[in-house]
Design a protein around this ligand. Structure first.
Ligand SMILES: [Zn+2]
Ligand SMILES: [Zn+2]
Length: 349
């Protein structure tokens, strides 16, 4: 098969690679669409330690079942599917309680980190366990379906926020996860959802996707604006989708007393914590990782249109152009959002 292989740091090559074989309980999937994730772009230069070459990256994917391994019962050849980015064991204490994102034997597709190397979906074929796969509605384009993974991440973050007092929320960061979280928060019943970023074009997209109000974070008065909008109270929940000193600090300043800050972004591994504010204002800090059971809800939300992804897709491009798109994303080209590679050819979207 053809695969886009990370052969060295920052070096991507399309080459022939042995087609994987579906073992017991596994599916061989003909990949039709696979999104380039921010973690691929940040990680492919070697800085994260989670894309150690050689590796086929890609964990936001959809395709068609090409073969089924022995013992597979839920899928047949020709089924249109997507799958979780987390490969969980289904047996450990966390899996048994439904916290599959916290699985003791968790592996992520398209990641190679020293402990394991798991080839992903920037290839014509990928093998995944049946237990992590989900059937797609016939009407859902594969390119849209490739965004179910980040949509499930957004829904998981919202699911971890308190279910009472959902009046106001602020999303910090209007990247992919922020824009999806904003939509997920609206559909979960938050009455007013604000979103802040320094990029005006992303905020414009946020507005069309239903944000109550957009806030330019570069104008130093973000926290002041939130105070004005909320009558001095602060918002009930902040979804922090960046992960820097300034943004975490702004999140803690913008949340009301007794409110919750959902920590999604972790672009820097450590941040300064305004401890006294957190303690004296009794603020709850809640981390959120990947997703745990939100795929069916993500599929339904996208099919119903309560989560829209088409405005987030900048390009659907052939696998062979992968290196080119990685370069452009790595350079931080303005206005570029999600790029979806189509190993089956763009005609198959
Ligand atoms: Zn991702
Ligand atoms: Zn497990």
């Amino acid at each position: 098969m053809k695969a886009l292989v990370l052969t060295a740091n920052k070096r991507l090559e399309v080459m022939d690679h042995p087609t994987p074989v579906a073992g017991p309980g596994e599916l061989l999937v003909a990949v039709e669409a696979c999104g380039i994730c921010g973690s691929d772009v940040h990680g492919f230069d070697g800085s994260s330690g989670r894309r150690i070459p050689p590796i086929i990256m890609g964990h936001e994917a959809a395709g068609v079942v090409a073969e089924t391994g022995s013992g597979v019962t839920r899928f047949r050849r020709g089924d249109r599917i997507t799958f979780d980015s987390t490969i969980y064991c289904g047996e450990c204490r966390f899996c048994r309680s439904g916290d599959v994102n916290l699985c003791d034997r968790r592996e992520v597709l398209g990641v190679s980190c020293g402990e394991y190397r798991r080839n992903g979906a920037f290839a014509e074929f990928v093998v995944v366990p049946e237990r992590i796969a989900f059937r797609l509605p016939d009407s859902m384009p594969f390119a849209d379906a490739a965004l179910l993974e980040p949509a499930a991440v957004a829904l998981h973050a919202v699911a971890l926020s308190p279910s009472e007092k959902r009046d106001t929320a602020l999303v910090i960061g209007a990247g992919m996860i922020g824009l999806l979280t904003m939509q997920a928060a609206r559909s979960a019943g938050f009455e007013r959802v604000f979103i802040a970023d320094i990029d005006a074009s992303r905020l414009a997209i946020a507005k069309t996707l239903g944000a109550t109000d957009i806030l330019h974070a570069s104008e130093s008065g973000l926290v002041q604006r939130i105070e004005e909008i909320t009558g001095g109270l602060g918002v009930d929940v902040v979804f922090e989708a960046v992960g820097r000193d300034e943004t975490v600090s702004a999140a803690i300043d913008a949340v009301r007393k007794g409110g919750t800050v959902l920590l999604i972004g972790n672009i820097t591994p450590t941040v300064k914590l305004p401890l006294q504010k957190v303690v004296s204002r009794q603020i709850r800090l809640q981390g959120t990782a990947a997703s745990a059971g939100e795929y069916p809800q993500a599929i339904e939300s996208m099919a119903r249109g309560t989560i829209r992804v088409a405005p987030l897709i900048s390009a659907v491009a052939p696998l062979a152009s992968g290196a080119h798109w990685f370069e452009r994303l790595y350079a931080g080209e303005p206005g570029l959002m999600k790029v979806v590679l189509a190993p089956g050819g763009p005609s198959l979207q």
